[in-house]
Design a protein around this ligand. Sequence first.
Ligand code: ZN
Length: 312
Amino acid sequence: MKEVLFLNPVFTHNIWGGTKLREEFGYPVEGNDIGECWGISAHEHGDCVVREGVYEGMTLSSLWTSYPELFGNYKSERFPLLTKIIDAKEDLSIQVHPDDEYAAVHENGSYGKTECWYILDCGKDASIVIGHNAKTKEELSDMIRNGRWSEFIREIPIQKGDFLQIDPGTVHAIKGGTLILETQQNSDITYRVYDYDRLSNGKPRELHVNQSIDVITVPAKEIGDSVRHTDDVPKNNLYELISCQYYKVFQIDVDGELEFEQSFPFLLMSVVDGNGKLDGKPVKKGDHLILFNGYGSVKIEGQLKIIASTPV
Ligand code: ZN
């Protein structure tokens, strides 16, 4: 039987969050501070529950542990990826993540974090923080320790449909008004470089100065290598946006019909626009699902934009 694993997302409330996840995606969640929708997650801070079918009511983490064959016996103690939609009404703090090696030593054996962003929506003349302007480690240290933020921060223009890979060591931040889909390693380790001198409960939030200086890559990757536009992506195709050591991410724009083989260990899918059918089952904007190992041929019909991913 071809079971499609639909998941109920988990939501977070954040001071910088907004209302788009309810108003544009139709998720049943209250509040005007909805920051994140964890669409496919088995993380201890948000473990998605199966919406329907044979595994209804189980968490993704328990499914991972109990039925490894559904995931092709993929070699990882924990579910390896996490897919989120982030609605930033306000600017997020400027951050950097460590790699596996640094996190293992300094963060109790945790994984590092590699992530990538697909820009679902943003304002006209929007920008994003990626990279920095320091040329050497010494200059980086001086800029951070002495608060030379306007010299340090590198902002680049973005538009809807842009895709950014954020390797460990990359300084990054989402600006207010931006809606993104994030695919990431299943890890939480984040170092806050700068928080725009904002106060939270009357005092500034902690900055991780030493860790940031340790892990930030100098010099930063060239601007041209940091962002790619996706206007030219062919329709009705499993189009690869990135392949790195942790994941492959695909953009799937269905206009009519698409058929392909699910021959990956397993495939994560988030419908970010439109609606249609997947092997006869209705799917719509806001659905998050997994196609298991050995699923075989997949037929998608309708008008849909899907961001899919698989671990490597
Ligand atoms: Zn990040």
